[in-house]
Design a binder for this molecule. Sequence first.
Ligand code: PMV
Length: 378
Amino acid sequence: MRELGFMTEQDFIPNPVPIAIGSYREYSNKIISGSFTWSSPSNIALVKYWGKKENQIPENPSISFTLDACKTTTTLSFSKKENNDEFSFALFLDEKKQDDFKPKIETFFKRIENYLPFLKDYHFKIETSNTFPHSSGIASSASGMSALALCLMSIERSMNEVEIKDEFFNQKASFLARLGSGSACRSIEGDIIVWGSHKEIDGSSDLFGVKYPFEVHNKFKNFQDTILLVDKSEKQVNSTVGHNLMHNHPFAQERFRQANSNLSKLIDIFNTGDLKSFIEIVESEALSLHAMMMTSVPYFILMKPNTLEILNKIWGFRQQTTANICFTLDAGANVHVLYPENEAEEVLNFIQNELVAHCQNGHYICDRIGFGAKLINN
Ligand code: PMV
């Protein structure tokens, strides 16, 4: 059995099973066909991942709240095929064939083939749907890639005679999801996930997300995230390009140092329930992320005028009230408004009266911290 200590990439390659003298195969129990359905949530980073090395290894550790309502449900059906010389799959989004996502899946399969040697033995049908609208500016890559990775792990589990323990199952699902889209590795479990090695967090790894291991004050339980959809169009610069611009970025090293230090500070903040300091770290992280974009070569801006209107109104509201409301941003114009559950009524009133006017078609999504992906059926 595997001991989950310090894990390396090698640990995620299945151990060959002896079938005759000198002859091995990867799985004891190859099956003809089947299907699994998983639903997996999105997540929102508090300390941001921006900049990566080869093989989706992050330049700095990040930490996120797993979300609850924003999720992808994926059914992966598989059937044994004659040859095993290439990947074969069809992709459906909301029951419609989606060939434009195929290159992304093909790249994903190539990256993970070494860790799931059965991939070329089957034809796959991937049927996926999101609870949030496709064109909402909310990236479906975290929830989508994690849901797919979990379905693939269920297949691997069903082909193994030796039981795969839940802890390894989740770790490998996160490891695989990371190879699809970095931040997707933080969507397998909840409610707070760390990805990337950090000196004060034992067990943290660049290879997969782990549950935040320390005490979290009750003030952060069921934290709310209302996502204001400021701009639903396709991003002008996608995150792969953005991450790559951190190579040779003039402020890169200082940014990576800052992220490590902000994560250290959060450990104490989570423990004591110091919401004021939480707000400072989270907003500074969001603006530092966008500062990196504005100071890349070439530079770019993903915030829109309405993004800034919202940030200024949040600051104004905080000055006039005692509300512990703050914002964070991902790589786009939309604003995530974070606040404790016991302040929800007051904050939602403010959002509806003041902020929704800055959303595209008045659209926003009420979400909250969640507890990770769920197996729907097998
Ligand atoms: O996972 P990617 O490659 O889409 O990058 C996500 C980057 C941010 O959302 C901006 C930050 C983060 O940590 O999620």
